[in-house]
Design a binder for this molecule. Structure first.
Ligand code: SAH
Ligand code: SF4
Ligand code: F3S
Length: 442
């Protein structure tokens, strides 16, 4: 069978897609271009209205190009939220699977191909993290994701994730460490541990009680693992031991994505985030003490119901005060079934757009400032592949430093993908750095 996977949304979907691809290939399926595929998987996102609408237009388009025996399998957060209704709207869809159903998908699609005309819907939540069959290829990429948990129990007022990913369910520390060991043995050099709220890893009925800082120590100790990252962190759950890990573990990268969402205490409280602006700044100070060169990035929402001009100004001030290396910002989007959906005092679309533009300009300045501060430094860069922004006749490569900054550099080597190189930074562009390779890759 020939298949293609289209991924939308966050790294959790990317990690699910990587496993699904490996598992299908291990069963003899072939990954091909969309136009040649008999089965097209779509991993969807419903965190805001826009990505959800994108799913529906994509499904409409896919229906037109499928071969006669072909079908679409829809997974991820829109699938979990909408369920069987997708069949009615899109007859080309024969499999709908939620996040806990992913482990069952390879068996399910094989069954569907044997029974033309049949359909399946796998949207039940499991009581514990559904472990997946190991499907490691002989060699894996240098950068990989490892899912350590599923779901979220935080119920931030604006967020649909607890509804689409279910209750928090951690894997056992032993299962995570064993998967990381297998990946490093097959060529992984950088691992990102993934979950919606990694700082509360282990602390749920599915987990074994191992604190997240202890998991970090165990994974960091795997011989051959050069870089470790994790995402996403909720500020309220970041333990002092996790902050200390930045001082103690040299292979833990100097980057933390720590979503703050707003700089105004009234908005943070209405969002149910359970920390204040002051507490957030304390965490930032502690992180900088543990690892002075740490690059901090964040997520911000503008136009949450009731957000005043003074609240928004507090957000702008916080961005300045922290000195983020970058950030993602979004207009608040009403999601069905969330607490915020029934709050009074919505902010008009016009005001949201203006605030977003202002915040994005400030974040772009922050990124420029951070990139310019790197000029003249030597950075350790893990090469991801050939660079798309070629300049001149030389071959250019692209990778990331520990702070997650994009770095481009020329080198005549036939293939540097997956290698670590030292780059002397010569220039900062709007979104990236350019420099020169020093010494030999390793
Ligand atoms: N678990 C992560 C992120 C989940 S979603 C965390 O807790 O940080 C990624 C980002 O999308 C969030 O950080 C938030 O900034 C944004 N987001 C989530 N729901 C949203 C909504 N209804 N409207 C606008 N942005 C939203
Ligand atoms: Fe959503 Fe909040 Fe959970 Fe993040 S912590 S996934 S924003 S409910
Ligand atoms: Fe989107 Fe679901 Fe991730 S809503 S952000 S794909 S958890």
């Amino acid at each position: 069978m020939r298949f293609q996977i289209i991924v939308m949304g966050c790294q959790m979907n990317e990690a699910d897609a990587a496993w699904l691809e490996q598992s299908l290939v291990a069963r003899g399926w072939e990954s091909v271009a969309e136009a040649d595929a008999q089965v097209i998987f779509v991993l969807t996102c419903s965190v805001r209205d826009k990505p959800e609408q994108k799913v529906y237009s994509l499904l409409g388009r896919l229906a037109l190009g499928l071969p006669e025996e072909g079908f679409v399998a829809v997974g991820g957060c829109v699938a979990q939220q909408v369920g069987e209704e997708l069949w009615q709207r899109f007859p080309c869809v024969r499999l709908v699977f939620g996040t806990d159903g992913t482990a069952l998908v390879p068996d399910a699609v094989e069954r569907l191909t044997r029974h033309p005309g049949s359909r399946l819907c796998l949207v039940d939540f499991a009581p514990a993290y559904p472990e997946r069959e190991a499907a490691f290829p002989w060699r894996v990429p240098a950068r990989v994701y490892v899912s350590i948990m599923q779901g979220c129990d935080n119920w931030c007022a604006y967020c649909i994730v607890p509804l689409t990913r279910g209750r928090q369910k951690s894997r056992s520390a032993a299962a995570v460490v064993e998967e990381c060991r297998q990946l490093v043995a097959r060529g992984a050099r950088e691992i990102t541990l993934l979950g919606q709220n990694v700082n509360s890893f282990g602390q749920d009925s599915s987990g074994d009680g191992t604190p997240f800082a202890e998991l970090l120590r165990q994974v960091a100790a795997i011989p051959g693992l050069l870089r470790l990252r994790f995402t996403t962190s909720h500020p309220k759950d970041i333990a002092p031991e996790v902050v200390a890990a930045f001082a103690e573990l040299p292979n833990l990268c100097s980057h933390l994505h720590l979503p703050v969402q707003s700089g105004a205490n009234a908005v943070l409280s209405a969002m149910g985030r359970q920390y204040t602006r002051e507490r957030y700044l304390e965490i930032v100070a502690a992180l900088r003490k543990a690892r002075p060169d740490i690059a901090l990035t964040t997520d911000l929402i503008v136009g949450f119901p009731g957000e005043t001009e003074a609240d928004f100004a507090a957000t702008l001030r916080l961005v300045e005060e922290v000195g983020f290396a970058g950030g993602f910002s979004f207009k608040y989007s009403n999601r069905p079934g969330t607490r915020a959906a029934s709050l009074p005092f919505p902010v008009s679309e016009e005001v949201k757009s203006r605030r977003l533009a202002e915040l994005q300009a400030l974040l772009a300045q922050a990124t420029c400032r951070d990139l310019e501060a790197q000029v003249g430094r030597q950075l350790e860069v893990l090469v991801e592949g050939p660079s798309k922004t070629q300049c001149g006749p030389q071959r250019w490569w692209m990778g990331r430093d520990g702070g997650n900054r994009i770095v481009h550099f020329p080198a005549a080597a036939p293939d540097l993908t997956g290698r670590l190189v030292r780059v002397q930074v010569q220039e900062a562009t709007k979104h990236a750095l350019r420099g020169e390779m020093m010494g030999e890759p390793w």
